[in-house]
Write a protein that binds this ligand. Structure first.
Ligand SMILES: [Mn+2]
Length: 428
């Protein structure tokens, strides 16, 4: 698991949970007969995937609605906006969308404003030649967005991207939103598929491919690489399938026909940088455990090392008697002269809702936006330091600043964690 959403909240419901899974006939959009796996072979005599199941009417409608939106925008240029620190789920899902859109002659460009700071993400992008561009907020200010007919939000709802305000100022409508984070504020989009019960956005995009919006072909290198990226994305958001549900396993089974296992292995083998190891070390040294919550402040971090925070949280949550870990630090963005308190939560406690926990712990800013939120078993927050931002030569001052923020974050967390005073709201 990697980057988190730091996201506000309101209501926007699209689909209800459904235990069914999309059918797998790649050429039809209509239900197909259930075919049983034939002994020892992967496909039946018609070359159909053995786990074909009927789609619910609701799923059929969603697929058809998506197809119609793409059809309506045939020939358009679109901008796919990712969160500032895109993770494998976001990267692979955006790529899948781009390839699906291509079938409708839509030219979609994948952009993000921040950094690819996790070693596996850098490896994924390099090894698969994943087509994405960094678009900084500075460049965005002067960019001509009028060539784009719409923008697309994948694995986010705009609140974790610094780019959305510029795009909205340019009056670019939101055409498509596909995400699995909890609902956020009033998002006006032509097509919305938000499933907070689904573990990975990669699973959703894989279902669209299975439904026939794109026919994967093992002789097309780009398809093999995209399938590999999707496999990595869905594994990464399900803690290597340990938190996967039936639909994720079915999506993985489908992808297994196309992905390159060696390529995936190469991506996973990428090693941690020294800076990441140092942050993990600091989190271990500074952690305190209260009521099965492990809490650690790690001090200052470079912008490029931001993803060390969720990695440290992933590690701390593995300790005996710990069910939830929260790691936070001050991330310094030299380009923008900004500082943020950035934190990640990881939990093994199924009854703890990270989204609710983070919103309850940190509340909202002056505009009523929450400082963070989450999805199943993971969450994140980002609190701008405003006037107190900015690097200083004075190490005493830097130390004081850290200790004030450290104390404040701890205090807010302990208010929820300490059962004597107030038991955490998201915990039942
Ligand atoms: Mn995701």
């Amino acid at each position: 698991m990697q980057s988190d959403s730091t996201v506000p909240f309101t209501s926007l419901i699209t689909m209800e949970p459904d235990s069914g899974i999309s059918g797998l006939n790649p050429t039809e959009l209509h239900p197909v007969e259930v075919s049983k796996p034939s002994n020892g072979t992967s496909y039946d005599h018609r070359g159909r995937f053995p786990y074909d199941v009927m789609r619910s009417a609701e799923q059929e409608q969603k697929i058809e609605a998506f197809r119609q939106v793409l059809e309506r925008h045939r020939g358009d240029r679109q901008l796919i906006i990712l969160q500032d620190f895109p993770d494998p789920d976001a990267l692979s899902s955006a790529w899948a969308y781009k390839l699906i859109a291509q079938k409708f002659e839509i030219q979609a460009e994948i952009v993000y404003a921040g950094t690819l700071s996790h070693q596996e993400n850098i490896a994924l992008v390099k090894l698969t030649a994943l087509p994405l561009q960094r678009l900084t907020t500075q460049t965005a200010k002067t960019k001509d967005f009028s060539i784009y007919k719409g923008c697309v939000l994948i694995d986010n709802q705009g609140t974790t991207s610094q780019l959305l305000p510029s795009v909205q100022q340019a009056n670019i409508p939101i055409t498509v939103v596909i995400d699995h984070h909890s609902m956020q504020d009033d998002l006006k989009a032509e097509f919305v598929d938000i499933r907070s019960y689904t573990r990975a956005t990669a699973t959703i995009l894989t279902q669209y491919i299975q439904a026939g919006l794109l026919k994967f072909d093992t002789s097309t290198t780009e398809h093999v690489k995209c399938a590999t990226a999707l496999m990595h994305g869905l594994r990464s958001d399900t803690n290597r399938l340990m938190q996967a549900q039936e639909e994720d396993f079915l999506a993985a089974a489908f992808l297994s026909r196309y992905y390159d296992a060696q390529l995936l292995n190469a991506v996973m083998q990428s090693s941690r940088s020294k800076q990441v190891m140092d942050v993990i070390e600091r989190s271990l040294k500074n952690r305190t455990v209260h009521n099965n919550f492990s809490i650690a402040g790690v001090g200052y971090l470079r912008y490029d090392d931001r993803d060390a925070i969720p990695q440290a949280a992933d590690f701390l949550v593995t300790e005996e008697n710990v069910h939830t870990a929260v790691v936070y630090g001050i991330v310094h963005d030299e380009d923008e002269e900004l500082e943020f308190v950035v934190g990640s939560l990881r939990t093994n406690k199924l009854t703890l809702d990270p989204d609710e926990f983070i919103k309850e712990a940190f509340g909202q800013d002056a505009q009523g936006r929450f400082f963070g939120g989450g999805r199943s078993q993971a969450g994140g927050f980002e609190i701008p330091m405003g006037f107190l931002s900015g690097f200083t030569e004075n190490s005493e001052y830097a130390k004081t600043k850290w200790s004030v923020f450290d104390a404040q974050v701890k205090q807010k967390l302990l208010r929820l964690v300490n059962p004597e005073q107030n038991y955490p709201k998201g915990v039942n």
